[in-house]
Design a protein around this ligand. Structure first.
Ligand code: AMP
Length: 402
C-alpha cells in the first residue's frame, strides 16, 4: 500500500511517498517558489538506500498543478522512478492546518469536507486555501486514490471548554469562532504515542507533556492520550517563544503599537509573526546560529535563549498543574531533538517536581527515541524524533482501512 503525503503551502508543496507495508520512504521532495520567475523541485528517490538518487529541476512552475505534475513525472520516470503509474498510489494524506470545530479526526475528503475546509479559511487565511489547492491537484492527478485530510487542529479538539475559552465576550466565540484551537496536533499525538511505546506502557495510563521546539514551538498537556491543553491558540502565534513569532504577550501591546507607533494592523501582524521571537530579540532565528553568537559573547543571543527557555519552563510548571501527575516529558522537533542546552535550561530547577535530567544522556542521546532523565527522576524525560509525514501516512492508512 503506497501512501502519498502532501503538505501544500501557498508557494510550495512538500511531499513524501511511503510504502506503508514496510513503513519505508520511497521518495520525498519539495516543490518551491511556485508562481515565481524561477521555481524549483528537488526530489530524493529511494532515500537512505544504495540506489538513492536526487533529482533537481529548475523551471518556472506556474501553479500547484504544474508543480505536482513535475513531481509525478519524477516519481513515475520509467528509468528511475519508484512507481510505474499514479494508480499505484492507494491513498493521499493531506496536511490541513485548520479543521475548526468541524473535525476531531482525519477524514475522507468529499464535497462536504471541502466545503468545511473552505468555511475555515477565515481562521487560517494563508494555510487553508493552499491546502485546498493541494487537494484539488491531487484529485485531478490521482483520481483513483482515496483523499484524506489530516488536520493540525484535530488532536486538540478534546481540550475542555475551560481551557479553550478566552475571557472575552461569549458572542465572539459564537459569531466569530474565537477560541483556542491548538496546532501541531499531528506531531504531539505522534510523539505521545511513540513515548508510550518506548516506555512500554499503554498511552491511556500516561500523563505526558509534549514539547515541540522547531521553527514553530508549542507544548501540549496530554492526559490518557487526549490533548487537554496546548500553548498555540486561536492562531499559531500564542504561547512559547518561536523562531520569528512572539508567543504570549500583553494584548494591549496591539493598541499601543497602533496608537503610539502609527502601525496598522497588517504591520503589527507581520511584526509579531515574522520579526519577533528569537529573531526579534537577537536578529537570529536559527538556534545553531544563536549558540555560535553566544560563544562569541553576543549578549542579545544569550538573552534570546534565556527568554525562550524560561517560557518553556513556565509552561512545564503550568501543565504539571493541569495534569496533576506527570509521567513523562517529551522533547521533539529541530531544537527539541538536537539542542541539549535548551533542554537542560528548560528543566533547570524543576527537581522539586520530580524532574531530574541525566547530564550525560542529555548531551549524547544518540538517534531515535532516548531516555534523558536520571534514574532518580520521578518523571521520565524523553527525546522522541517527530515524523509528521509518517504520522499523516499512518492516520491516512487507518482511515482508508476503516
Ligand atoms: P524544525 O522546524 O523542526 O525543522 O526545526 C528547525 C529549527 O531547529 C532550526 O531553525 C534550528 O533552530 C533548530 N535546529 C536544527 N538543528 C539543530 C541543532 N543541531 N542544534 C540546535 N538547533 C537545531
Amino acid at each position: 500500500m503506497n501512501i502519498l503525503v502532501i503538505n501544500s503551502g501557498s508557494s510550495s508543496i512538500k511531499f513524501q511517498l511511503l510504502d506503508m507495508v514496510a513503513e519505508r520512504v520511497l521518495a520525498s521532495g519539495l516543490v518551491e517558489r511556485i508562481g515565481e520567475a524561477l521555481g524549483r523541485i528537488k526530489c530524493t528517490l529511494r532515500p537512505g538506500t544504495g540506489s538513492e538518487r536526487v533529482v533537481v529541476r529548475e523551471n518556472r512552475i506556474a501553479d500547484h498543478t504544474s508543480g505536482m505534475r513535475l513531481a509525478v513525472e519524477i516519481l513515475t520516470d520509467p528509468a528511475d522512478g519508484v512507481i510505474a503509474q499514479p494508480s499505484e498510489v492507494t491513498a493521499i494524506g493531506h496536511r490541513v492546518v485548520h479543521g475548526g470545530e468541524d473535525f476531531h479526526q482525519p477524514t475522507v475528503i468529499d464535497d462536504r469536507v471541502l466545503a468545511a475546509i473552505a468555511n475555515n479559511v477565515p481562521l487560517a487565511p494563508l494555510h487553508n486555501p493552499a491546502n485546498l489547492a493541494g487537494i484539488r491537484v491531487a484529485q485531478e492527478l490521482f483520481p483513483q486514490a482515496a483523499q484524506v485530510a489530516v488536520f493540525d487542529t484535530a488532536f486538540h479538539q478534546t481540550i475542555p471548554a475551560h481551557a479553550y475559552h478566552y475571557a472575552i465576550p461569549y458572542r465572539l466565540y459564537e459569531e466569530e469562532r474565537i477560541r483556542r484551537y491548538g496546532f501541531h496536533g499531528t506531531s504531539h499525538k505522534y510523539v505521545a504515542g511513540e513515548c508510550a511505546r518506548a516506555m512500554g506502557r499503554p498511552l491511556a495510563e500516561l500523563n505526558i507533556i509534549t514539547i515541540h521546539l522547531g521553527n514553530g514551538c508549542s507544548m501540549a498537556a496530554v492526559g490518557g492520550g487526549r490533548s487537554l491543553d496546548c500553548t498555540l491558540g486561536f492562531t499559531p502565534l500564542e504561547g512559547l517563544v518561536m523562531g520569528t513569532r512572539s508567543g504570549d504577550l500583553d494584548p494591549a501591546i496591539h493598541a499601543y503599537l497602533a496608537r503610539n507607533c502609527g502601525m496598522d494592523i497588517e504591520a503589527i501582524d507581520t511584526l509579531l509573526n515574522k520579526e519577533s521571537g528569537l529573531k526579534g530579540l537577537c536578529g537570529l532565528n536559527d538556534m545553531r546560529d544563536i549558540h555560535a553568537a553566544i560563544a562569541e559573547g553576543d549578549q542579545r543571543a544569550r538573552l534570546a535563549l534565556e527568554v525562550q527557555t524560561y517560557r518553556n519552563k513556565k509552561y512545564i510548571g503550568a501543565y504539571t498543574a493541569v495534569l496533576g501527575r506527570v509521567d513523562a516529558i517529551v522533547f521533539t522537533a529541530g531544537i527539541g531533538e538536537n539542542d541539549a542546552v535548551t533542554r537542560a535550561k528548560s528543566l533547570a530547577g524543576l527537581e522539586p517536581f520530580g524532574i531530574v535530567l541525566d547530564d550525560e544522556r542529555n548531551r549524547h542521546p544518540g538517534g531515535g527515541p532516548a531516555l534523558l532523565s536520571h534514574g532518580t527522576s520521578r518523571v521520565e524525560v524523553w527525546v522522541i524524533p517527530t515524523n509528521e509525514e509518517l504520522a499523516i501516512a499512518r492516520e491516512t492508512k487507518a482511515v482508508v482501512a476503516g
